[in-house]
Design a binder for this molecule. Structure first.
Ligand code: BMA
Length: 335
């Protein structure tokens, strides 16, 4: 029998909501979170200027800090505006005008590598979806090291090299996949975070009993004695449910799953929880712009052995749930 998820939702959830932002903000969600410089740092997605349907005037990335990981203080200005994003991606598309190309820059994840925060992001452009990797020292100036060829996204970096190479999880979007999206979770590696290759399939949609549409990486993995512990998102589509949420077409459900990857070969799944780690139940998860979405972007192991998982809920707010590392390992190893 599948074990029950040990996660407990934080009583102050949702921790961040649009009304707390000191700049135009309608949806404050999908955040990358890490420990840096003695405190928690968060970069979140902000969709602002709702126009109806699925349209917004724009998307930018906001920045927040916290001493305890619960009470957050949002910086007065976004850390990556649209104009900033255009200058960051222009070198990767020299024959096109990035200002005309870029639709949005979104879904940040943070990993500290060699003492420096690295930000993974997604971009939607007029010619496809890309993932990217940037590095920063102050969350203001960013250097983009890499942008994928389309179509790929949901990049998350491991905090350490394996066999001398940097590793990431990613979610390519094959056009000719049969029967719905059927997008799977892959990994690749790099000697320098700029050139990526060695792609391997890690987790296929059909290997997840609670997914029928697609799976993808969620928060960056954490190292444990038993393996790399990592979350993924798992998507179900049920057309019979009709539209759910403010958006006019939304029909999917996003759960979080948990797996353990081999420390020496992170493309190898060594354990996988058969039940979801988190499924939408709380009102802030079931009711929002897109109902029933759990989208983890940050997983932080605290000194006391607790793991905090930060996630976007209903594509509307940021929430957090936690469990001890020991309980999470028991859950994933129970299969
Ligand atoms: C994905 C991305 C995420 C979003 C999720 C659920 O395709 O667009 O940003 O949270 O869908 O809507």
């Amino acid at each position: 029998m599948a074990a029950t998820s040990p996660l407990t939702r934080h009583p102050s959830n949702p921790l961040l909501i649009a009304e707390l932002a000191p700049f135009p903000c309608d949806l404050l969600f999908n955040a990358g979170v890490t420990r840096f410089d003695g405190r928690y740092a968060m970069v979140f997605r902000n969709d602002y200027g709702y126009l109806g349907g699925s349209d917004f005037t724009g998307t930018n990335l906001g920045l927040a800090f916290s001493d305890d990981g619960v009470a957050w203080s949002i910086e007065p200005k976004p850390c990556i505006t649209r104009d900033h994003a255009v200058t960051l991606i222009q070198p990767f598309m020299p024959h096109r005008d990035a200002a005309k190309e870029l639709r949005r820059f979104y879904d940040p994840r943070l990993t500290v590598i060699d003492g420096r925060p690295h930000l993974c992001f997604a971009i939607d452009t007029e010619h496809g979806v890309h993932g990217g990797v940037a590095v920063t020292d102050d969350f203001r100036d960013f250097e983009v090291l890499h942008v994928t060829a389309p179509d790929n996204r949901n990049l998350v970096l491991f905090p350490e090299r394996t066999g001398g190479r940097f590793v990431r999880l990613e979610r390519p979007m094959p056009v000719y996949s049969r029967g719905g999206d059927r997008f799977d979770l892959w990994c690749s590696s790099s000697p320098d975070l700029r050139d990526w290759g060695g792609a391997r399939l890690v987790l296929a949609t059909e290997a997840v009993s609670f997914a029928n549409d697609k799976v993808g990486p969620a928060a960056p993995p954490i190292r444990t004695e038993r393996g790399w512990l990592t979350t993924f998102h798992a998507v179900r589509r049920d057309r019979s449910l009709g539209k759910r949420g403010w958006e006019d077409r939304w029909q999917k459900t996003y759960d979080a799953g948990l797996m353990l990857l081999d420390l020496d070969d992170p493309s190898r799944v060594i354990a996988q929880a058969s039940a979801p780690l988190l499924t939408p139940e709380a009102e802030y998860e079931t009711d929002g712009f897109r109902n029933d979405v759990i989208f983890p972007g940050g997983m932080v192991l605290d000194e006391d052995g607790d793991v905090r998982i930060y996630y976007g809920a209903a594509d509307t707010v940021v929430a957090m749930a936690s469990a001890s590392l020991e309980d999470l390992l028991d859950f994933v190893l129970a299969g």
